[in-house]
Design a protein. Structure first.
Length: 173
């Protein structure tokens, strides 16, 4: 049990570190525009070009440096936490199905990070941006599905408690 919560704590700590350090700086370095990986509904080629036009050299260095380093470890911790939790709290078939969702999310996250690095450093096509945008959406959908499954498990755990045992009276008393 401690392993599960430890993995969630590590994943959360990495996300919080990103949200309080690199993300605010990236917002400043891009004129307030959200970084690619924080756009839950994706982005168009035009939006990507607008972001690139506003992103400063310091912002580019930050995105490709510290932010990318954080993005290397966060998906691993999060997927490991989900898989470990699902294996502990669900029957095998449900655990496998949701674990595959979590792993697919991590794979999409790593592929998204590679595509974003490409967008930031190379001339890309509309198809490249569409792929990166789709990967962002798949990553976020996976996280939402896994979190919803855990929320449902938690709800079931607290709402389906056994009724308190009543004391039986002994005959003659």
């Amino acid at each position: 049990m401690w392993l599960i919560w430890g993995l969630f704590a590590l994943a959360g700590a990495v996300q919080v570190l990103s949200l309080v350090t690199t993300v605010p700086q990236l917002l400043d370095e891009a004129g307030g525009m959200l970084p690619f990986d924080l756009r839950p509904f994706g982005y168009s080629y035009g939006e990507a070009q607008a972001y690139l036009a506003r992103l400063t050299e310091d912002g580019l260095a930050l995105y490709l440096g510290p932010q990318r380093q954080l993005e290397l470890i966060a998906p691993l911790f999060l997927a490991a936490a989900f898989v470990t939790g699902f294996r502990a709290w669900l029957p095998p078939v449900a655990s496998l199905a949701l674990s595959l969702v979590a792993i697919a999310g991590a794979v999409a996250n790593y592929a998204e990070n590679a595509m974003i690095a490409r967008i930031l450093t190379e001339t890309v096509t509309e198809g490249d941006v569409a792929l990166a945008s789709t990967l962002t959406q798949v990553k976020l959908l996976s996280v939402v599905l896994c979190l919803a499954a855990l929320a449902l498990l938690a709800w079931r755990a607290v709402s389906v408690r056994p009724a308190p045992r009543r004391r039986r009276r002994r005959a003659g008393h």
